[in-house]
Design a protein around this ligand. Sequence first.
Ligand code: IDP
Ligand code: MG
Length: 140
Amino acid sequence: MSIEQTLSIIKPDGIEKNVIGECFQRFEKGGLKIVATKMIHMDRAKAEGFYAVHKERPFFNSLVEFMTRGPVVVSVLEGENAIAKNREIMGATDPAKADAGTIRKDFASNIEENTVHGSDGPETAKFEISYFFEKNEIFS
Ligand code: IDP
Ligand code: MG
């Protein structure tokens, strides 16, 4: 166990569903601190770069369309085991398989429009945080 930082995104469907505060509350109640946050509207290139690891997947184009259809809230969450903790708070990728009480179980529409993103490991967290935030924008 160690203090980690992870990147969170509240996706366009989360903004449309008006659950920014609900997501933030779940992060905070789960012991994570929001040490950086902002609302942005990604263009196609920004979203494609973020999801570059998925570019060969059949859902890539649809995912990029979805992630650029409206603004998102990007945040850096910090805390004990923050990467795994955030994934636990989010629930499984497919809301039909997500545990009760998770964000995706409660708010996601389907496997694509699943309300939140969370980094999946220390290396991706580092890359993803630096993809959206300068060092001086993070208040650890
Ligand atoms: P994760 O967000 O739980 O880490 P990944 O497998 O990394 O899941 O997929 C990234 C994102 O791509 C998902 O959150 C979801 O928005 C979308 N996605 C994943 N699998 C599918 C699929 O089978 N169909 C459509 N979209 C998908
Ligand atoms: Mg992922």
